[in-house]
Design a protein around this ligand. Structure first.
Ligand SMILES: N[C@@H](CCC(=O)N[C@@H](CS)C(=O)NCC(=O)O)C(=O)O
Length: 210
């Protein structure tokens, strides 16, 4: 059976978890507590030498790193993969955008604002820089979403799941959803797609997709 190594609360880990739920794919969730350093233990490093989550082990035992690569693997031949060559390139374009202009800033700002708040004051200057950088990407995303329901005109896809991972929790990074009305609208549309499950439910299904 497919196995997903993941930590709770992570937007990156949420992406393949949500995709497998929406595809109705059975999988086993293996929790790795990164706050306790479990991703650096010899046992986990023997699964993923890079020592990060998420990590996906396919049915044939092949290991896949990078959340967006997992989405690409999982969505092949499904309704989550754009049907045209141009659509697939556009999905990839936004998935790179997510990993270069959004996730690197929303994720650490959220980590030191909400997940490890005792370091919030010590990291205040970094948090402000991450928020400013995140705002640049989010403003660009908001302008894109002002003209469409989902990331691609063709409909809901892995580009949405990739982008949703951290963007839907932007308030936990100290940003305000009210500043991004088109993103707020899109977040609601994604939450309304078939088989959607929220990030808060990640720990509730350890052995199979619902
Ligand atoms: N770009 C990677 C990011 C992987 C990553 O940095 N994961 C974090 C959790 S979201 C992690 O494992 N951090 C612990 C560490 O770096 O030791 C992805 O999209 O999967």
């Amino acid at each position: 059976m497919t196995k997903l190594y993941a930590c709770l609360g992570s937007g990156n880990c949420f992406k393949p978890w949500l995709a497998m739920h929406q595809l109705g794919m059975p999988f086993k969730l293996e929790l790795v507590d990164v706050l306790k350093g479990e991703q650096k233990t010899p046992a986990y490093l023997s699964v993923n030498p890079l020592g990060v989550v998420p990590h996906l082990i396919t049915e044939t035992g092949h290991g896949i790193g990078e959340s967006n690569a997992m989405l690409w693997y999982l969505a092949e031949d499904s309704h989550l993969m754009p049907a045209t060559r141009e659509g697939r390139a556009e999905a990839l374009q936004w998935m790179y955008f997510e990993q270069s202009k959004l996730e690197p800033f929303i994720s650490p700002a959220r980590f030191f604002t909400t997940i490890l708040p005792d370091q919030r004051e010590a990291r205040a200057e970094d948090i402000r820089k991450w928020q400013t950088a995140a705002d640049a990407g989010l403003s660009r995303l908001d302008a894109h979403l002002a003209h469409r329901t989902f990331m691609l005109q063709s409909g809901y896809s892995i580009a949405d799941i990739a982008t949703f991972g951290y963007v839907h929790v932007l308030e936990e990074a100290g940003l305000s959803m009210a500043d991004y009305p088109a993103i707020a609208h899109w977040v609601a549309a994604v939450a309304d797609t078939d088989g959607f499950r929220p990030l808060s439910e990640m720990g509730q299904s350890h052995s199979k997709a619902a």
